[in-house]
Design a binder for this molecule. Structure first.
Ligand code: HEC
Ligand code: HEC
Ligand code: HEC
Ligand code: HEC
Ligand code: HEC
Length: 474
């Protein structure tokens, strides 16, 4: 009780003045006391979102193609502080040179996320800032900071099962009304979003994308701060995209992507009823049905939305499968994509394409989101949406059956893997030929091989339990 009175008196006397809002908007200000948060954020796509040369090129192209009708649509998420401060406006956006923005207004900054006061919409960045000196976070009872006021806000805490803070930017509805990126909407349909007591897995965006550990959350000699249990949340947000130009922390981000992506997508059979994932067959099987068939079953393990999600119209992910006879001759193959071609360019009738198919009004393929009239997400790998095993939606796998005459007699071994490129090469080519993107930058794009999907099936070691039960795969 005495302590409480003491605190009240202190507050009444007034804390020393905090840093000015303009100072708090500069991420460098946070470095002094939050060095680890700063280092991780600096390597993240949130820090890169305004510098990203593909973004810059696409935005320019969009302004030209729509004769400025695009307005501040892209800026609202990729440089939200520039819009909040009025540096970029609907009037000057068309020819605005994004490279002239200061560090305070480039990227999704510390201040932007930590100053959200309310949420007015669940898509197209409906986050409303207070533009004050208070940093909101998920840490309860924050120690007084000399730099800013602090506030625990349940909306920020991954422990609250509400993903709207992230979701509002991770759901894009285009100016013509196409819900082209839907990570938040997808998440809302998963088992992770439900507060059902039978569901032990409430997990928000940050619950999965900002792993916690026991640590201090402010780290500067002289700050009297406690170590907090699960207090520190990773600020790297690795997923798929990497910087295509020199940017700090590239190796850290690449390692983070490998850590999170490798186990997330697998080639694996269904877990037997009552068994564990370890009892699941390998996800590839060969049967005599229909004259001979290979089935490959792709599944997600731990994605909280479709895979790929978000910019799934620009991603190019596909299955590569090669079947050999006993003399190592190839008897069947699909998804052999050279480094300089998009998977849809190789004329493979069996291609297992894993991205959002988007088309223009005339039905031809769209490369840019302002052109998109229709989109078809049916090729994506689904997340878990129910824990009820008898529900047909329980199995969220993506199985594919290939017809291979005499498969059981001829095939000796099969290799398979899923590969992904963050962006379509033809989309990049279009930006290069339009003069908005440097070809040398586009050439930096990598193809990622997901090790969790690398499988070899061998006739000699195939188990009878691996036998395809078409009911399980369809
Ligand atoms: C002079 C040191 C200092 C600077 C500079 C500083 N902070 Fe802090 N910050 C602290 C301290 C101390 C705490 C409280 C730590 C605790 O309670 O464990 C804190 C807590 C926080 C919290 C947690 C609030 C909560 O309750 O969840 C956030 C978020 C935060 N700071 C963001 C920032 C951002 C963003 C910047 C840069 C604009 C920044 N800080 C600059 C010292 C600082
Ligand atoms: C994309 C939004 C976003 C950005 C950008 C961001 N943060 Fe955070 N930060 C969060 C969220 C969400 C939490 C709360 C996590 C929780 O409690 O589950 C958080 C938590 C924190 C905390 C409290 C301790 C912790 O780890 O939970 C500090 C301090 C902090 N951030 C500092 C920073 C600094 C400094 C920067 C920039 C260098 C930054 N943040 C950039 C979203 C963001
Ligand atoms: C102001 C809008 C905004 C908010 C709020 C926001 N993001 Fe993002 N996020 C972006 C943008 C824009 C990018 C892409 C930047 C780029 O690649 O150019 C991105 C990228 C990412 C990526 C990397 C995607 C990839 O493919 O590599 C992840 C993961 C991510 N965000 C998660 C989160 C989480 C978790 C939160 C909430 C704590 C959050 N974001 C809040 C706008 C936002
Ligand atoms: C249950 C865990 C989980 C939850 C909940 C979750 N994600 Fe993910 N997310 C993943 C995994 C696993 C991946 C794939 C790993 C990778 O891409 O490196 C992923 C990938 C992503 C990507 C890259 C997708 C792409 O193809 O471009 C983004 C962006 C993203 N998540 C954002 C979010 C946002 C925003 C939310 C909340 C609305 C969210 N995630 C909720 C686990 C989760
Ligand atoms: C509602 C917020 C929002 C708006 C509006 C938005 N973006 Fe993004 N953008 C994101 C998020 C979130 C990601 C990361 C998505 C992911 O990794 O799945 C992203 C990723 C990107 C990327 C990197 C991956 C890719 O798809 O190539 C580019 C480039 C990009 N956006 C360009 C644009 C352009 C150009 C516009 C305007 C026509 C725009 N964005 C409008 C939120 C937004």
């Amino acid at each position: 009780m005495k302590k409480l009175v003491f605190l009240v008196v202190l507050a009444a006397c007034g804390d020393p003045p905090k840093l000015a809002v303009s100072k708090l908007q500069d991420p460098m200000t946070c470095l002094e006391c939050h060095p680890t948060h700063h280092a991780q954020w600096s390597a993240s796509m949130h820090a890169y979102s305004t510098d990203d040369p593909v973004f810059v090129a696409m935005e320019k192209r969009g302004q030209r193609d729509t004769n400025g009708a695009l307005g501040t649509f892209c800026i609202q998420c990729h440089a939200p502080m520039a819009l909040a401060n009025g540096t970029i406006t609907p009037d000057n956006v068309k020819d605005f040179d994004l490279s002239t923005l200061s560090a305070s207004e480039k990227g999704v900054t510390c201040y932007f996320c930590h100053n959200v006061d309310s949420i007015k919409d669940d898509h197209n960045n409906g986050l409303v800032l207070a533009l004050d000196q208070t940093m909101r976070g998920g840490a309860k009872n924050p120690v007084s900071s000399p730099a800013h006021n602090s506030k625990y806000d349940p909306m920020m805490a991954s422990a609250t099962n509400n993903s709207q803070m992230c979701g509002s930017c991770h759901d894009v509805v285009t100016p013509r009304g196409v819900a082209v990126e839907r990570t938040y909407t997808e998440w809302k349909g998963t088992i992770f979003a439900h507060d059902d007591p039978a569901n032990l897995l409430p997990l928000t965006c940050s619950g999965c994308h900002m792993q916690s550990k026991d640590d201090v959350i402010a780290d500067k000699p002289g700050l009297n701060v406690p170590e907090r249990k699960h207090g520190f949340h990773e600020h790297l947000w690795p997923a798929i995209d990497e910087a295509l130009t020199a940017f700090p922390g590239g190796d850290t981000l690449a390692a983070g992507i490998k850590r999170d992506l490798d186990p997330a997508i697998t080639i694996v059979g269904p877990t037997p009823t009552g068994g564990t994932a370890a009892d699941a067959p390998g996800g590839i099987c060969v049967t005599p049905q229909g004259g001979g068939q290979i089935t490959v079953r792709i599944d997600s393990r731990g994605t909280g939305h479709m895979w790929p999600s978000g910019a799934a119209q620009d991603r190019r992910a596909w299955l590569e499968v090669i079947a050999y006879d006993a003399s190592n001759n190839v008897v069947f193959q699909s998804g052999i994509v050279p480094d300089n071609k998009d998977p849809e360019e190789i004329n493979d009738p069996n291609l297992v394409a894993i991205w959002d198919f988007v088309t223009k009004d005339d039905g031809t393929e769209a490369h840019f989101f302002w052109d998109i009239a229709h989109e078809d997400p049916s090729h994506l790998v689904k997340p878990p949406v129910t824990l009820v095993q008898t529900d047909p939606a329980f199995d969220h796998s993506k199985p594919t059956t290939f017809n291979v005459p005499n498969a059981t007699a001829t095939i000796d071994h099969i290799t398979a893997r899923v590969r992904i490129r963050p962006l379509s090469l033809r989309m990049l080519d279009e930006l290069v030929s339009g003069g908005d993107l440097d070809a040398a930058v586009a050439a930096q794009l990598k193809t990622l091989d997901i090790s969790g999907t690398q499988r070899t099936w061998k006739k000699s070691t195939a188990r009878s339990s691996d036998g395809c039960n078409p009911d399980q795969y369809n």
